[in-house]
Ligand binder design. Structure first.
Ligand code: KG4
Ligand code: ZN
Length: 335
């Protein structure tokens, strides 16, 4: 099957063509420059920019894949969860193409896309995980541990009680004046060797798979408030290293605990925060210690992209799932 997928749940307008679990094209129009002056995503601006970008992104995805609409077996789009005004643009584009061409159409859950992204075969032949696996999904909007028994049999074992991990990265970066998005800049700074401030890891001793990241954000703010003046470069690096360590350690601890408890031999990283170098290194180390095999997809497939949506949609279409043209975008859509 060859499928065109469209993703527009937040601030990236993306389209991709996949054939089975291989990617034929993967196009993203990023809106980071639009939103960074505001220190976060402005929903109205995101929506307007999706309108401008969606048709050219689809055209480029088709031409780079070397296919026409007639050669596709189906078209899919993210239908939730996400920003309603953003989702509606990609979803409406997909419905319009499906209606005018007669192509099969299905709406895809964004979280399912993230959780299946590791199954996409990369050009370099890196092995992909078999089912079942234990996945850590950590993005700007969601953070949880998921038992992925099959592509359509996914159980959430625990989620964050408050902020998502990516949201914590973004908020801490904002309060430290490091710009938006916070993840990549904190990742770079934390990768330098040196001292680190010790920050709390909420729910560390709890056997549940829940997280809480609002406390560490407050702890960073309080630490900065108690300094004699604005943090020096050295102090700033020590804060950032300590913050990243606190977040990364708790994320890895919970997913590894879940894998051991459910006797699942594979751990998968997913979502934008899975692009974090510290997380990837620490997860590799702890998985090795626990005889677990870690699968960390390429960074471009951790952050929002359309190939994961196209792939998740392709599996649904292959299983005979179809959506009607009356489906609406959903701001909340738990798996
Ligand atoms: O999955 P994603 O692209 O979008 C959502 O579905 O939310 O995740 C975006 C989040 C942002 O909060 C961003 O700061 C974070 O992922 N992120 C990172 C890194 N790259 C992106 N966090 C930590 N380290 C990174 N290298
Ligand atoms: Zn996402």
């Amino acid at each position: 099957m060859i499928v065109l997928g469209i993703e527009s749940s937040c601030d990236e307008t993306a389209a991709a063509v996949v054939e089975g679990n291989c990617v034929r094209s993967d196009i993203i129009a990023s809106q980071i420059d639009v939103h960074k002056v505001y220190g976060g995503v402005v929903p109205e601006l995101a929506s307007r920019n999706h309108i401008v970008n969606v048709a050219p992104v689809i055209e480029t995805a088709l031409s780079e894949a070397g296919v026409t609409l007639n050669e596709l077996d189906g078209i899919v789009a993210t239908s939730g969860p996400g920003l309603l005004g953003s989702l509606v643009i990609g979803l409406q584009a997909a419905k319009t193409i499906a209606w005018s061409t007669g192509l099969s159409f299905v709406g895809v859950n964004h979280l399912r896309g993230h959780l299946l992204a590791a199954r996409i075969q990369d050009e370099d032949g890196t092995p992909v995980p078999e089912f079942p696996y234990m996945a850590l999904l950590a993005s700007g909007g969601h953070t949880g541990v998921y038992h992925v028994r099959n592509w359509n049999d996914i159980q959430c074992l625990g989620e964050t009680r408050d902020d998502a991990a990516g949201e914590a990265f973004d908020k801490v970066a904002k309060l430290l004046g490091l710009g938006y998005p916070g993840g990549p800049v904190i990742d770079r700074m934390a990768g330098t060797p040196g001292e680190e401030v010790l920050f709390p890891q909420a729910l560390r001793q709890k056997k549940s798979f829940e997280f809480s990241f609002s406390g560490v954000k407050t702890a960073v703010a309080q630490h900065v408030g108690h300094l004699d003046g604005p943090p020096t470069d050295e102090q700033m690096h020590a804060i950032v290293r300590g913050f990243q360590k606190a977040v990364v350690e708790i994320l890895v601890r919970k997913v590894v605990l879940a894998a051991r408890q459910k006797q699942v031999p594979r751990v998968v990283l997913a979502g934008g925060v899975a692009a974090n170098s510290g997380l990837r290194q620490h997860a590799q180390m702890v998985c090795e210690e626990n005889d677990l095999t870690l699968f960390a997809p390429p960074r471009k497939r951790c952050t929002d992209n359309a190939s994961m949506i196209a792939y998740a949609g392709l599996l649904a279409l292959e299983a005979g799932e179809r959506s009607g043209f009356d489906i609406s975008p959903k701001a909340n859509w738990p798996l």
